[in-house]
Design a protein around this ligand. Structure first.
Ligand code: SF4
Ligand code: SF4
Length: 304
């Protein structure tokens, strides 16, 4: 049984990697025809993991567990929570894209914006491809971000919250922890995009190599860094965290800039994801080394 669960995990990883390597949809749509992405990190979490209920209780009743979203959208194949696996992937930004956005001071570079638009369009295709490939071999599946009732709601506690969060799913699937700026710091850094699918399939869960949800951020680990604060052109990040409303307003303003400067419809920012110690790796040495040894990082000290 465990062997089958391992094989299923390898199969899904190979499916994702092959699509990235061979799909003509994987493109920045620039003159050089560069691919949007070159690799992925993939993790798995059980639909019965208690973390889903904890998210729901923390975020609000509108936030779905995998069991809720799967049974809403795959009613022909009802499943218990333990029969479900959440497949999560991280698409790390390529070096050239990160380098270009490091030079940006207010609005995003053209490369970064192309990834926000065309790279994310590929991420949508990847979600569809994973769902279809699983269905083709008899496993019902759904991509929660693509269902028509996925929604963002205004929340007094979080400013905005949604019925499914790809970053929180990636955290549950062992792929990273949160930084001061709200981004997810993964083994390949914070400059990345994420995707997920919930499927009726048994796949061995990826261990979560952290006991604290902020273990990879220098600010929470030892009170240093804060570099993302200075990178934000509108001061949407402070030591108190990320002001989602300020960030949203800046993103909305970037639309005009993108249209006038790059000549296509789009928006973006991501300045806080580059030119910072967590851009392309885990900056907390003890946590990085613990991950390499397959151990838990030491717990962070309490913040002063
Ligand atoms: S830039 Fe520094 S403070 Fe900000 S998220 Fe990264 S590690 Fe944490
Ligand atoms: S995405 Fe841009 S506006 Fe939003 S927090 Fe990061 S740097 Fe600031």
């Amino acid at each position: 049984m465990e062997k089958d669960a391992n094989i299923a995990g390898y199969w899904v990883k190979a499916l994702i990697e092959k699509f990235i390597a061979t799909s003509p949809l994987n493109t920045m749509q620039n003159e050089d025809g560069e691919p949007a992405w070159d690799t992925a990190l993939v993790g798995f979490a059980s639909g019965a993991d208690p973390i889903w209920q904890q998210y729901k209780e923390y975020v609000g009743a509108f936030h779905w567990t995998p069991w809720e979203v799967f049974n809403q959208h795959c009613p022909e194949e009802p499943a218990a929570a333990a029969e479900l696996t959440v497949i999560s992937w991280v698409l790390p930004q390529r070096q050239a894209v990160r380098k270009a956005n490091r030079l940006a001071k207010k609005y995003p570079s053209e490369e970064w914006t192309r990834i926000r638009v065309y790279g994310e369009a590929f991420n949508v295709d990847l979600r569809r491809h994973v769902v279809k490939s699983l269905k083709d071999v008899g496993h019902a599946a759904v991509a929660p971000m693509l269902v028509p009732n996925w929604t963002i709601v205004k929340s007094q506690r979080f400013s905005y919250a949604s019925s499914w969060s790809e970053r929180h799913v990636a955290h549950a699937a062992g792929l990273g922890t949160f930084g001061l700026c709200d981004g997810l710091i993964t083994a390949r850094g914070k400059a990345m995009r994420v995707g997920s699918v919930v499927a009726k399939i048994k796949i061995q869960s990826t261990p979560r190599p952290y006991a604290d949800h902020r273990a990879y951020c220098l600010y929470f680990a030892n009170g240093t860094c804060g570099k993302c604060i200075d990178r934000c052109p509108v001061r949407a990040i402070t030591t108190a965290g990320h002001d989602k409303e300020k960030c949203r307003q800046h993103l909305a303003l970037s639309r005009d800039y993108v249209k006038k400067t790059y000549n296509f419809e789009g928006y973006g920012c991501g300045l806080c994801q580059v030119g910072v110690p967590c851009e392309s790796g885990i900056p907390v040495k003890a946590a990085r080394e613990a991950l390499e040894r397959g151990e838990l990082p030491p717990p962070p000290p309490p913040l002063a």
